[in-house]
Design a binder for this molecule. Structure first.
Ligand code: Z5A
Length: 203
């Protein structure tokens, strides 16, 4: 049986993940792939409820509470949506994934990348991104592009720089899994680079 591939788009705020993920999914469909799009946190009934606690709530959350809630929403998404899609041969295109937890909670919140990976592995089993597209942008350009700010997006510049450093470290540690693209370039250019990374061609 052929299983699909799981691709995720990552980066700091305003890098263009949602925009580029949707366009990449469209291009994959154009070349005949079946594609399921997911976003994190969310994508299931329970996951959307957890999303509002994580992003819309005013309450202070401890770092580990935050990390465990992201992992819980993700475990549900993996079991309910991602694994069945991959088993049916579809590609899964993710707007964020476990790599956001490694960078935001592991790096940004200083919980440690390995410790955050461990709590996520439990709930994900063998569901893990095959390919990570890291859209790189400097924090001020990213913030200028953002229209809505959430609880985590309103953290200060120091937090954002820890997150960006963690993403760079993750890309360095897993060069075969990551495609890194300069996201301040025009959208068409960004998309061509992404598709070159995903399919080995520019269309
Ligand atoms: N979070 C976490 O801490 N841990 C986790 O495990 C996970 C998430 C999964 C999720 O919020 C928050 O949760 C996020 C990380 C944290 N918080 N922060 N900060 P979300 O899903 O609601 O939002 P987001 O993922 O942060 O989205 P975003 O960064 O705000 O946006 P984006 O998806 O990167 O960008 P966009 O919406 O596609 O584009 C923004 C604008 O830029 C838009 O007008 C585009 O048309 C424009 N754009 C995009 N590309 C270009 C180019 N190349 N040129 C010019 N303009 C462009």
């Amino acid at each position: 049986m052929t299983t699909g591939r799981y691709v995720t788009f990552e980066g700091i705020e305003g890098a263009g993940k949602s925009t580029v993920a949707a366009l990449a999914a469209e291009r994959l469909r154009d070349v005949g792939m079946s594609v399921v799009e997911v976003r994190e946190p969310g994508g299931t009934t329970a996951g959307e409820q957890i999303r509002s606690v994580l992003l819309d709530g005013d309450a202070h959350l401890e770092g580990w509470t935050e990390a465990l809630l992201f992992a819980a929403a993700r475990a549900q998404l993996a079991a309910e949506v991602i694994k069945p899609a991959l088993m049916s041969g579809s590609w899964v295109v993710g707007d964020r994934s476990v790599y956001s937890s490694l960078a935001y909670q592991g790096g940004g919140r200083r919980l440690g990348i390995e410790a955050v990976e461990a709590i996520n592995r439990q709930g994900l089993g063998d569901v893990w991104p095959d390919h990570v597209v890291l859209l790189r942008i400097d924090a001020s350009t990213g913030l200028d592009r953002q229209d809505v700010e959430d609880r985590i997006g309103s953290e200060g510049a120091e937090f954002q720089s820890h997150v960006a450093e963690a993403f760079d470290l993750l890309a360095k540690l897993e060069p075969d899994r990551f495609t890194t693209v300069e996201a301040s370039l025009p959208l068409d250019h960004v998309l061509d680079e992404v598709m070159r990374g995903l399919l080995g061609v520019s269309r």
